[in-house]
Design a protein around this ligand. Structure first.
Ligand code: NAD
Ligand code: WQD
Length: 348
């Protein structure tokens, strides 16, 4: 019997790619999403890409804070596990609107955990973030590093990780994997699904992509005086399809072993500077990305990249793609969908 997986936030960037990989692996998938930062078109495209598996996908437009709607979803299907992506993720917005972030991310998660518990579904994969390493004193970041939060968004990830540990401590039937993603980029190689942020992108590659298609005049490079190879910030970029596959590996681990609450980094273990990433994108797209050099962005770390050993050893998962493939697929998505899932009329 195919296992049923509930995916919260499954219409979003990482969620939609993960839903596709789940379907292709033969899982039944129910997505809940309030479409606050996503479009149902992403799920229509996932269905097309999933071909004969498309009938294994269903969608409910539900907000995690609406507990009675959540109850209805759990009453209609018995889930083997939940992958919990749903949340707000814009660092700057979280500084401006901390209560929105605490309300959405934390209350949403507590509701989900309560409803899961009430329905006897106690197997969870949660989307955490490398942001919980704050400004790491050294690299690569191992899962044992001290944790800190530089902003309310990061604090929601830290709190939710702690909530998960407490819940599992209180009831050993729970099996939980916390996945700390580094910097997800790229798109499905088909070019039919990808990242489509609302408004001005906060993150590097969505911004670069919008410059390449002519939606923005130049990229502002935040910080050229870091102690790095070329002075710009260094991060661990990971292809979103590799990241999606990491979730399948985490599910297998949950189904096959007696896990309690474990944390794994999902990264490549390689550090790439802003200028290296721009050069790789220029090569992949044949487009020049005009640059404006600027001061450091407040709150940014200098160098962040993952230790990948634990995930390799215990999840049997390792990222396959490098930055050339990430940029190739990002450009394929951007050139086919210069306005994402929307139309120029929706442009701000
Ligand atoms: P995304 O915004 O594309 O996807 C999140 C989805 O959750 C969206 O579709 C949104 O509509 C939905 N959502 C938000 N609040 C909801 C609520 N209350 N009820 C129902 N649906 C809700 O973001 P993403 O990049 O796909 O990120 C997915 C998860 O991974 C998030 O939890 C994010 O914090 C985490 N994460 C992302 C990154 C990154 O750089 N993209 C890095 C580390 C961790
Ligand atoms: C990468 C590099 C910037 C934009 C953020 C969140 C983190 C996680 C991933 C969710 C940095 C530089 C960026 C631009 C630039 N998300 N940059 N010009 O800051 O590593 O992490 O996304 O959990 O929590 O904080 O990613 O893509 O914003 O920045 O020069 O317009 O690109 O300074 O060095 P970051 P990013």
């Amino acid at each position: 019997m195919a296992k049923s997986i509930l995916v919260t936030g499954g219409a979003g960037y990482i969620g939609s790619h993960t839903v596709l990989q789940l379907l292709l692996c033969g899982f039944k998938v129910v997505v809940i999403d309030n479409l606050d930062n996503s479009s149902e078109i992403a799920l229509h495209r996932v269905k097309k890409l999933a071909a004969q598996f498309s009938t294994n996908l269903s969608f409910h437009q539900v907000d995690l804070r609406d507990k009675s709607a959540l109850e209805m979803v759990f009453s209609s299907t018995k889930f083997d596990a939940v992958i919990h992506f749903a949340g707000l993720k814009a660092v700057g917005e979280s500084v401006q609107k901390p209560l929105l972030y605490y309300n959405n991310n934390i209350i949403g998660t507590v509701n989900l955990l309560e409803v899961m518990s009430a329905h006897g579904c106690k197997t969870l994969v949660f989307s955490s973030s490398a942001t919980v390493y704050g400004w790491p004193k050294e690299v690569p970041c191992t899962e044992e590093f001290p944790l800190s939060a530089a902003n309310p968004y990061g604090r929601t990830k830290l709190f939710i990780e702690e909530i998960c540990r407490d819940v599992q401590n209180s009831d050993s039937e729970w099996k939980i994997i916390l996945l700390r993603y580094f910097n997800p980029v790229g798109a499905h190689p088909s070019g039919h699904i990808g990242e489509d942020p609302r408004g001005v992108p906060n993150n590097l590659m969505p911004y670069v992509q919008q410059v390449a298609v002519g939606r923005r005049p130049h990229l502002t490079v935040y910080g050229t005086d870091y102690n790095t190879k070329d002075g710009t910030g260094v991060r661990d970029y990971i292809h979103v399809v590799d990241l999606a596959d990491g979730h399948i590996a985490a599910l297998q681990k949950l189904f096959d072993s007696n896990i309690a609450c474990e944390v794994y980094n999902l990264g490549t273990g390689k550090g790439t500077s802003v200028l290296e990433m721009v050069a790789a994108f220029e090569k992949a797209s044949g487009k020049e990305i005009p640059l404006e050099m600027a001061g450091r962005r407040p709150g940014d770390a200098e160098v962040v990249y993952a230790s990948t050993e634990k995930a390799e050893r215990e999840l049997n998962w390792k990222a396959k793609f490098g930055i050339d493939e990430m940029c190739r697929d990002q450009w394929n998505w951007a050139s086919k969908n210069p306005y994402g899932y929307g139309s120029p009329d929706n442009e701000d």
